[in-house]
Every structure is written in structure tokens, then in C-alpha cells.
Design a protein around this ligand. Structure first.
Ligand code: ADP
Length: 467
């Protein structure tokens, strides 16, 4: 509430509830007392003039009648002005009517100024949204289109005024968008081709605001996707091209090594030859991992869906890992033989192999590695827990980044490429699953993957025994 100079509330800021009667009466008296005095004086003058003709009462009545007429005229003027302000000019007079007229004109002036300001702001806002390269669409609670900018026409094909009021899902019919809109989970974005030009890839995001209103923002990400594809293709091609020369080099080195063992001339080269062979092997694993990652990224949507005998596959891969461990670790297996997966074998092999080899490489000799495969209420879970070096909390969120290694020297010494967990992450995306990491420095780590129910198949005990 605003206050007047003396702290009393100004009329404009008066609360909606009427102030107590004595104060209101006091104010009315203050404003009207001169008019009342004027009225009394004029009545007296009327009575005086009437007295000259021997009719003082008639004189008073005439004066009061004339005053009533004048008030009626002002009321009529006010009525016409309120209905059509431009058709009549409010008279510039003194007294209470004059004060009222001035207050009304002042209010009108302020309103005009505010309106002008708002119109200008609206025009600026509309101009700025029109200039936006992203499409912006204001939607009602059920997705009915309330307003959209120019880019919504070019990117989404919306037309004014015929599309206003229509539901957005009638116009953007891509299943990914429909599912996104119906789910109500607007924390993420979805991608779909533009309904106008299918070559354009759009990223769509809904932002709820105000009272049940939604703002849809659509961005053209075609260029970004094109660059990503170009980068991926470059990595895949470069890795592929490097493979052949590396195989040749390694072949020659392998041929020369036994020669060096027996020939005195090649004697000084024994050490360098071994080092060259190790480095060539390292380069080969790097190239293989880079190719694997590029492939996983490239066919991000497609995967051969076959029924996989996961218990058997895990057993086989654990046996392979024991060779890497050279008997230095104790393996504990808790594998439910009934649980199978529907998906791609190559992806699953990448996930299991990388997690197992990491457990061996980051667990000192004598450590325990527990491998679990079991059904859970939300599908099935595969986990590898080790009693190894552990990971500091600040490193955990970055482990799946390409080439991120907590200890570079240790990773290299154990034959790591820095791409293992990145491969695991991408392979899990094919299974609509994510990697969960729990770890404590010096105590150990657990890497687990939860597979959703639509990927899991639990067999009956009889089927397992027959198999
Ligand atoms: P690398 O080839 O270096 O092992 P990864 O992508 O497989 O690459 O793993 C990234 C980093 O995560 C590793 O360098 C290591 O620091 C850490 N890491 C992965 N697995 C474990 C584990 N079981 N215990 C401790 N640290 C781990």
C-alpha cells in the first residue's frame, strides 16, 4: 500500500475494503464543505432576491433548481465522455466538478502513457522472438497452440491463424514427440525430423511455466548432427586405415624377435624390438577400441536382437579373465542360470569384458572379484564388485568420458586404452540401460548395469535343466 505525504493512504492506494466510516465521512466533509457553503450562500442569495418580490422561498427554490440543472448537465457530460472520450471535451471549470474532471483527465493521461509503454514492450518482445532462429510455441495445458513465432512456421510448418487452437500433437506427429508430450517428463529433450523438411533434424524441448502453460522450443540441430557424423566417420576411417600398416609392422617385429634371440648381430636390438612390439600391440588395442566405439555410436538405434544365454557367456568371459589375472585374484560367481537377455551379443561381450578386465587391472594381487547376474524387480542386474584401489567421488562422474583416466601411468602399464568405460556406456545405451558406479578409495568398487524388463527373459527351471 502506498502512503500520502503524511503517511495516510492515498485514494489510489486505498485497500479494497472500505475504510472505517468516521474517516470516510471526514474526507467527504473535507472535499464537499466548500460546495455546501456555496450551496447555502446561493440559497441565501436566492432568498434575498425573492424577498424583493415578496417570495423568499420561491427565490431559494429557483436557485436550487438551477443548481440541480447544472449538476444534471455535468452528469450527462460525464456519461457521454465515459462512453466515448473523444466525442466530448470535459469543461475546464472550477469547483468539485472541475476537480473531478481534472482527476479523470490525469487518470486518462496516465493510462495512455502505460498503454503506450506496454504496446512498445509487446512490439519489442514480438520483434525479438520473431528474430529468434529457434521456433517458440506457447501451448495450453492440453497442447493447444496459443501463439508462435516466425521460426515456428519455417521449422514446424505452423500457419497463422488456421493452426492457432489446434493441438500440437496433430501437427508434429513423430512418435518420439508424441511419446515425449504424453509422458509429461519435460526434463529432457527429444529429437525428431522437421515436419516441413525431413532432412532437418530438430531438438524439441517443452518448458512448463505460469499456470499450466507450456513453451515448446524447437532448435535445428542438423548441422550439429552432421558434424558429429563427420567426426565419427573420420575416427572410424582413420582407425580402419591405421589397422593394416600396424598389422604389417607387428608381423615383421614378431618375425625379427626370435632372430634377435639367436643372432649376435641383432643382440643390441633385443630390448628395443620387445618395446616396439609392445607399443605396436598397444596401438592395435587403441585402434580396435576406437573402431568399436565408432561402431557403437554409428548404429545408435539398431542392434541385432537375439536371445542371449547370459549365464554361459559370463562363465566363458570370466574364464578368459582368469588368464589376465594369472591366478592372483579370487573370483566369486553368483549367477542365476534362468536369466537371459534379448539384445546384441557383441554389445554384451564389450560390457562384460571391459568391466571384468578393469576389476582385474585395478585390484592388487590377492583381491576378490565378485560377479553377479540376477533378476531384480525392475529387470535384471549384472555387477562386478572388486576389493581394489577404489575411485575418489570427484572422479566417478567423469569415468565414462573418452580417455579419462584417474591414474594415466597405471592405466597404460596395465594395457588400458582409456576407452573401456566409454564403450560400456555406449553399449548399455543400446540396451536402454545405464552404468552405475559405487566406490570407496582403498576399499573397492562396484560397477552395475540394470537391464529393463523388456530386455530380460527369465526361463523356467525345467527349461534351464533341459538346456
Ligand atoms: P582404462 O583403459 O584406463 O582402464 P576405462 O575407460 O576402462 O579406461 O576406465 C577409466 C578409468 O576408470 C581408469 O583409468 C581407472 O582410473 C578407472 N577405473 C575403471 N575401473 C576401475 C576399477 N574397477 N577400480 C578402480 N578404478 C577403475
Amino acid at each position: 500500500m502506498t502512503s500520502g505525504p503524511e503517511g495516510s493512504p492515498t485514494p489510489a492506494a486505498a485497500p479494497p475494503v472500505a475504510p472505517p466510516p468516521p474517516r470516510l465521512m471526514g474526507r467527504i466533509w473535507q472535499v464537499g464543505r466548500f460546495e455546501l457553503l456555496k450551496l447555502a450562500l446561493l440559497a441565501l442569495v436566492g432568498a434575498g432576491v425573492g424577498r424583493i418580490f415578496g417570495r423568499p422561498l420561491a427565490g431559494t427554490c429557483v436557485v436550487l433548481f438551477l443548481l440541480l440543472l447544472s449538476n444534471l448537465r455535468h452528469l450527462a457530460i460525464l456519461r457521454v465522455w465515459l462512453a466515448t472520450p473523444k466525442s466530448v471535451q470535459l469543461p475546464d471549470i472550477g469547483g468539485l466538478w472541475g476537480e473531478n474532471y481534472n482527476a479523470l483527465l490525469e487518470m486518462q493521461r496516465k493510462n495512455r502513457k502505460n498503454k503506450k509503454k506496454l504496446t512498445l514492450m509487446l512490439a519489442e518482445y514480438q520483434a525479438s522472438t520473431a528474430a529468434l532462429p529457434d521456433a517458440a510455441v506457447v501451448l495450453g495445458e492440453r497442447g493447444q497452440i496459443a501463439w508462435f513465432n516466425q521460426a515456428a512456421n519455417t521449422l514446424l510448418g505452423l500457419r497463422a491463424p488456421q493452426d492457432t487452437g489446434l493441438r500440437i500433437t496433430y501437427l508434429i506427429r513423430h512418435p518420439a514427440f508424441t511419446e515425449y508430450f504424453v509422458s509429461g517428463d519435460f526434463d529432457r529433450e527429444v529429437e525428431a525430423p522437421s515436419p516441413v523438411n525431413r532432412a532437418k533434424q530438430l531438438s524439441l524441448r517443452i518448458i512448463p511455466y505460469g499456470s499450466n502453460q507450456l513453451l515448446l522450443i524447437a532448435r535445428d540441430v542438423s548441422e550439429l548432427r552432421r558434424l558429429e557424423t563427420a567426426r565419427r566417420d573420420f575416427v572410424a576411417n582413420a582407425s580402419h586405415e591405421l589397422r593394416t600398416p600396424l598389422t604389417v609392422l607387428r608381423g615383421y617385429l614378431e618375425m625379427m624377435e626370435p632372430e634377435a634371440q639367436h643372432s649376435n648381430a641383432l643382440g643390441p636390438w633385443r630390448g628395443p624390438l620387445l618395446e616396439m612390439r609392445n607399443q605396436a600391440a598397444r596401438m592395435e588395442s587403441l585402434v580396435t577400441d576406437m573402431l568399436k566405439l565408432a561402431r557403437l555410436e554409428a548404429d545408435s538405434l539398431s542392434m541385432k536382437d537375439t536371445r542371449l544365454d547370459v549365464p554361459r557367456l559370463i562363465q566363458r568371459l570370466v574364464e578368459d579373465t582368469k588368464t589376465l589375472s594369472r591366478g592372483e585374484h579370487r573370483f566369486e560367481l553368483h549367477i542365476d542360470p534362468r536369466v537371459m537377455l534379448i539384445g546384441g551379443e557383441a554389445e554384451l561381450v564389450s560390457i562384460v569384458t571391459n568391466l571384468l578386465s578393469n576389476a582385474v587391472r585395478y585390484t592388487p594381487a590377492g583381491g576378490v572379484i565378485a560377479v553377479r547376474w540376477e533378476p531384480v524387480p525392475e529387470g535384471a542386474r549384472f555387477s562386478v564388485a572388486d576389493s581394489g584401489v577404489g575411485i575418489a567421488p570427484e572422479d566417478i562422474p567423469r569415468l565414462t568420458e573418452r580417455f579419462y583416466r584417474v591414474d594415466v601411468a597405471r592405466s597404460r602399464a596395465s594395457g588400458g586404452t582409456g576407452l573401456g568405460l566409454s564403450i560400456v556406456k555406449h553399449a548399455l545405451e543400446h540396451y536402454d540401460s545405464r552404468l552405475e558406479i559405487r566406490s570407496e578409495l582403498g576399499v573397492g568398487s562396484t560397477f552395475s548395469c540394470r537391464f529393463p524388463p523388456h530386455r530380460v527373459h527369465v526361463e523356467t527351471a525345467e527349461a534351464v535343466s533341459q538346456g
